[in-house]
Each structure stands twice: as structure tokens, then as C-alpha cells.
Design a protein around this ligand. Sequence first.
Ligand code: SAM
Length: 259
Amino acid sequence: MMLTISILLNFVIILIFYRKKIRKFLLKSSITNISLSEVDQIFELNPINEILKGPKDNVIIKSFCINSDNPIVGMTSDYEAWIIAALSKKSVNIFEFGTCSGKTTYLMSLNSPVNTKILTLTLDPNSLKKYDIRKTDNKISQRNIMNESIYEKFLFTGKPEEKKINVIFQNSLYFNETEYKNKMDLIFIDGGHTYSVVKNDSEKAFNMINKNGIILWHDYNPGKKSSNDVVKYLNKISKEKKIFKIKNTSLCYYRETSK
Ligand SMILES: C[S@@+](CC[C@H](N)C(=O)[O-])C[C@H]1O[C@@H](n2cnc3c(N)ncnc32)[C@H](O)[C@@H]1O
């Protein structure tokens, strides 16, 4: 009896101590990493001499950083934001799931061609009470959705770049994408990180993406609780779709080649 209790106790202690590693093992990445130059030729390097390579001119962007005293929630890293901004330089129709502060939206507007149109979909902070919770969705992601749906004005509000941007305050689960079928050159999926929302947003993105267009997902972080549903969904669909993870980022990438 004592022996069984002691074995059980040890088992529980191991589970508690190694829970992060166990989670990481169970939800490990099954997606292949690619380097930036494989994502798009704009990221190929420009040799300066034998020991130094620099960026090509078409990835030099207009940018800003968020001051560390400024407590903005739900942002991309500056490296990820640079990748998205550089890709927006050649995108005329852009769609973003999840605006939040509008950091990425603003960068895409600052760097895209003058005739670019950006649609960005986000939850209205005043109607969160009506948000339908699905029992099977990750609880931390549900909480993050509430914490990140707080902005009614954005970093681009009142700026000249706002002209290119159309913010749609709507739950993406009820968004009808048919009007935008095969229209988008660049889609950034960074809305709710619950399984039901990631699945919904991805399926709508696959409908909206144009031939040769790019879809990017944010927060593919195997082992991180708040990313569990993003990892679970992307691992599942990567068996059918050619989805890659961009090295040293939490971005996953897909290019539409079949339309
Ligand atoms: C992580 S933040 C987006 C960050 C932003 N893309 C950036 O790069 O700065 C998540 C955003 O998704 C929105 N969101 C969450 N669930 C949503 C849903 N079901 N429909 C529409 N927007 C949603 C939230 O309101 C929030 O603005």
C-alpha cells in the first residue's frame, strides 16, 4: 500500500515539475521551418563583401517601435512586424484578422503602395458581453480575447495612412468573406487564438487569398499555453496544406499556388 502511494506521489511530482516539457512534447511542432529567403525573394541578401551581407532595397521599410513604457497588448515582435511590412510593399489588397492597437495595420499602411486597401477585422469592446464562449476552446485564449479587445481608436487613427484602412468591428465567426473571394494578396491571421476562431479565420482566409498571395499566422508557439489551439490547428492542416514556420519567429506561412 505504502509503495503504491509513494509511486503515485512520485508520478504526480514528476508531472508537476515537467509539465511544461510534457506539454511541449505532446504539442510539438510538426511544421517544417523555412528561412526568410525561401518565403519571398525580396528577403534574399545583398552581398557587400566576403563577410558582410545586407538587405535589398525592397525590404527597407518605414517603421516605428512601441516605447517600452507604453503598455500596449497583443503585439507582434519588431522582427515579425518588419517581415509583414516588407511583404505589404507589394500587396494591393490586404486583410487582417485582429486589429488590437493597430500596430501591424499601421505598418502595412505605411509601407504598401498608394492604391492599397487594408481591411482589418476586430471585436467591438462594447459588445464583448455577447461573445459566445465555446466549451472546447482553450481557456487562456478566451481570456486573452477579452483582454485584447479594448481599443476603439488605433495607432493609425487621425494619420494620413488611415485612408487606406477600413476597420470592421465584427466577430469573425459571423463575417461573410464571399465578396472577397480570391481577392487578397496578403492575409495576416492574428485574431482570437481559440481553436474555433483560428479554424474559422483560416478557412475564410483560404477562400479570400488570391493566386500567389500569402497567408501568415501569428503565435505558433509550441508549448506555450495561450498558443495551444493555434498549434493544434496548424499541425492538423499542415498535413494537407503546404504550411511552413518562418525561422526565429512565431509566424507560419502559406503561399497560394493552386488557384
Ligand atoms: C493579438 S490581438 C491582434 C494584434 C494585431 N494583429 C497586431 O499585430 O498588433 C487580437 C485581436 O483579435 C481580435 N479578435 C479576437 N477574437 C476575434 C473574433 N472572433 N473576431 C474578430 N476579432 C477578434 C481582438 O479583438 C484583438 O483585437
